[in-house]
Design a protein around this ligand. Structure first.
Ligand code: AMP
Length: 283
C-alpha cells in the first residue's frame, strides 16, 4: 500500500509507475471512510490501472468553523479499511493543507452559473468556491484519467462537471449511485455523530423522498413541497433546512413540471445539529 503526504512524492511515484495506455482513477474524499466511499473506490479499481484515494478535510469549503473542527478525522482506520477491501495496490494521498495549497490556504473564485446559487450554495455561502478550489489542486496533483463522485452530493457532482469544462481538465467525471444503509439512510461520515435513536429515526429522510417520487406525476411541485414541510413540522427530532424539486442539469428550482425534463428532489435536514443531505431521481 502506498501512502503519500505530499503532492511531490505522489507525483514522483505516479511518474515512475505509469506506462503508456495505463489509467489513473481518482476518488477524492474527506476521510472517515464508510462503505459508500468504498463503493466509489471499487468502481475506480475495476476501471483503472491505478486508483488514488485522497483523504483531505478541505478547510475552504466549510463556511462554519465549528463544523470544520467537528468533522471526524480517522486516517489510520481509513487506511485500514482501504487495505481490507483493496489490499496493497491502493494509493492514498493525505496531504497537509499547506502542501496541497502551496502554502496559501485560500479559496479561488469561480463562476459556476446558476448551479452555485441553489440549495447548498444558498445555505453554505462560499462552499462551492471551496470545492472548486480543492478539486483544482487535487486534479493538478493527481492528473487522473477518471474521477469518481457520489450522487449523494449531486449538486457537487454538477459543480465538478462545470469546473472541468471551465478549467479544461482532461478527466472523465463518473457519477456513482447513492449507497444506503438497510434503513434507507444514505451513508455519510456525519452519521457517526448521531445517537443510535436519532440515526434510526433518520430513515424518515429517504422514506419522505420515496413518497415524493410516488407523488411526482400526479401532484404539483408546490403540493409535494408543502407535504414535505408538513412532515418535518410535525417531527420533534429533525429540522428541515430546505426541500427543493429541481432540474437535474442546472438545478434550478422547478416552477412548472415539463414532460421532457428530468427532475430530482433534494433535501437538507438537521438532527442533533448534524446536517444531513439526500436526494432522489423523480423521473
Ligand atoms: P466526502 O468524504 O463526504 O467528501 O465524500 C467523498 C465522495 O464520496 C463524494 O463524491 C461523495 O458524494 C461520495 N459519497 C459519500 N457518501 C456516499 C454514499 N452514501 N453513496 C455514494 N457516494 C457517497
Amino acid at each position: 500500500m502506498y501512502i503519500f503526504n505530499t503532492k511531490e512524492t505522489l507525483q514522483d511515484h505516479l511518474r515512475q509507475c505509469l506506462q503508456k495506455k495505463e489509467s489513473i482513477g481518482f476518488v477524492p474524499t474527506m476521510g472517515a471512510l464508510h462503505i459508500g466511499h468504498i463503493s466509489l473506490v471499487a468502481k475506480s479499481f475495476e476501471e483503472n490501472t491505478y486508483t488514488v484515494v485522497s483523504v483531505f478535510v478541505n478547510p475552504t469549503q466549510f463556511n462554519n468553523k465549528e463544523d470544520l473542527d467537528n468533522y471526524p478525522r480517522t486516517l489510520e482506520s481509513d487506511i485500514a479499511l482501504l487495505k481490507v477491501h483493496f489490499g496493497d495496490k491502493i494509493i492514498v494521498f493525505a496531504p497537509s493543507p499547506q502542501n496541497l495549497y502551496d502554502g496559501e490556504v485560500v479559496s479561488l473564485n469561480f463562476n459556476f452559473g446558476k448551479i452555485e446559487n441553489q440549495m447548498e450554495g444558498k445555505f453554505r455561502p462560499g462552499h462551492f468556491d471551496g470545492v472548486g478550489t480543492v478539486i483544482t489542486h487535487l486534479f493538478n496533483a493527481v492528473q487522473p484519467t477518471k474521477a469518481y463522485f457520489g450522487e449523494k452530493d449531486y449538486q457537487q457532482l454538477q459543480v465538478v462537471r462545470k469546473l472541468v469544462e471551465l478549467q479544461e481538465f482532461l478527466v472523465e467525471i463518473v457519477g456513482c449511485d447513492i449507497y444506503r444503509e438497510s434503513s434507507g439512510l444514505a451513508y455519510s461520515s456525519r452519521n457517526q455523530r448521531l445517537s443510535v435513536n436519532v440515526k434510526e429515526k433518520a430513515s424518515i429522510i429517504y422514506k419522505t423522498l420515496k413518497e415524493c417520487k410516488e407523488m411526482f406525476g400526479t401532484k404539483s411541485a408546490t403540493d409535494i413541497t408543502s407535504y414535505v414541510k408538513g412532515i418535518f413540522e410535525k417531527s420533534e427530532m429533525f429540522d428541515l433546512e430546505y426541500f427543493e424539486i429541481a432540474d437535474t442539469i442546472d438545478l434550478e428550482t422547478v416552477k412548472k413540471i415539463l414532460p421532457k425534463k428530468k427532475y430530482r428532489a433534494f433535501i437538507a435536514v438537521f438532527g442533533e445539529e448534524v446536517r444531513l443531505i439526500d436526494n432522489i431521481a423523480l423521473n
